[in-house]
Ligand binder design. Structure first.
Ligand code: UDP
Length: 313
């Protein structure tokens, strides 16, 4: 197959690119590099099954030759990035989705949208099944991401229903691992960076908010299986082992063998406005349809991620 992967220079995009190349496919990677980094693709440059196009997918996309699948993974993905790039975030989720769908239709390609647990907003239902419609503030600082992804799902389903396009939607829950940006502002890089530098870990509010962290390789496996499945409705891919952010901070300190303390802070900017109080995927659908479930334990995945960050600091 020849695939177009948008956001290929990002954390997940680069890991997916590598997986498809390792399976013998050809990948055209596309990225405008506002949050992506070519270092993530350095080892693939010059590979006979890989080509890279620097392009902003919210502008018209041109790709020469056949394309069998389009995977739309381009987007800023950290709450800090949404604050810094609110309009590019909205544009890549809306115009970028429209353009990539248009390309898939033109090429007769299968299409896979990277959606997010953020479509559930600050959920009133825990864990979140795919049937939950969510609880999103459209005008809050996170709304630029959440609403763009909700629009992206609606657009993908419209192309499926109206044009008969062969589509997939993955709702990705918090994912971590090597190639995350050290300073993207999310909890995993923040805590690891702080623990390695011996600085206090900045736990926002009282740390009782929960998240469920999955290692990138589990996500890549789930996306791979979903692409080759027949399911056109959204599928959650995440690790259901839910923990408080305070417990997560303790886990990072322990695994990094750090003597950092915990510092409870109330960020004064908009970083934590509408911060979901709880998040945990219901993965029954992925188990049933894809035979998929996460296999990497937090301690193993975190240790590898800590080593990656240690080598970068
Ligand atoms: N968080 C924190 N300290 C930090 C960064 C984040 O306590 O230095 C909390 C944040 O308030 C949220 C959780 O960690 O409850 C996960 O935040 P992240 O930015 O990683 O992503 P989100 O899951 O909110 O999209």
């Amino acid at each position: 197959m020849r695939l177009l992967i948008t956001g290929a220079a990002g954390f997940l995009g680069s890991h997916l690119t590598e997986r498809f190349i390792n399976e013998g496919h050809n990948v055209v990677g596309m990225d405008n590099l506002i949050t992506g980094n070519m270092d993530n693709l350095a080892h693939l440059m010059g590979h006979k099954h890989f080509e890279f196009i620097k392009h902003d997918v919210s502008q018209y996309i041109y790709v020469a030759g056949p394309v069998d699948a389009v995977l739309h993974f381009a987007s800023p993905a950290s709450p800090n990035d949404y604050l810094e790039y609110p309009i590019p975030t909205l544009k890549v989720g809306s115009l970028g989705t429209h353009n990539t769908l248009g390309l898939a239709k033109d090429k007769g390609a299968r299409y896979l949208l990277a959606s997010t647990s953020e479509v559930y907003g600050d959920p009133k239902v825990n864990p979140q099944p795919e049937t939950y419609w969510g609880h999103v503030n459209p005008i809050g600082p996170r709304g630029v991401y959440d609403e763009a992804k909700r629009f992206a799902e609606a657009m993908t389903m419209a192309y499926h229903r109206y044009h008969g396009l062969d589509t997939r939607i993955v709702r990705i829950f918090n994912t971590y691992g090597p190639r995350m940006r050290l300073h993207d502002g999310r909890v995993v890089p923040n805590f690891i960076n702080q623990a390695l530098l011996g600085e206090p870990l900045t736990v926002y509010k009282d740390g009782s908010q929960t998240r469920s962290f999955q290692y990138y390789s589990d996500l890549v496996e789930g996306v791979y299986r979903l692409l080759f499945s027949d399911e056109c409705l959204p599928v959650n891919i995440g690790n259901p082992s839910e923990m408080t952010i305070l417990n997560f901070a303790h886990a990072v300190v322990e695994l990094a063998r750090s003597d950092s303390e915990i510092l409870f802070i109330q960020p004064e900017d908009e970083r934590i406005k509408d911060d979901p109080k709880q998040r945990r995927p219901d993965i029954e659908k992925a188990k049933r349809l894809l035979g998929w479930e996460p296999v990497v334990e937090l301690a193993d995945g975190l240790s590898k991620t800590i080593e990656y960050f240690r080598s970068r600091i």
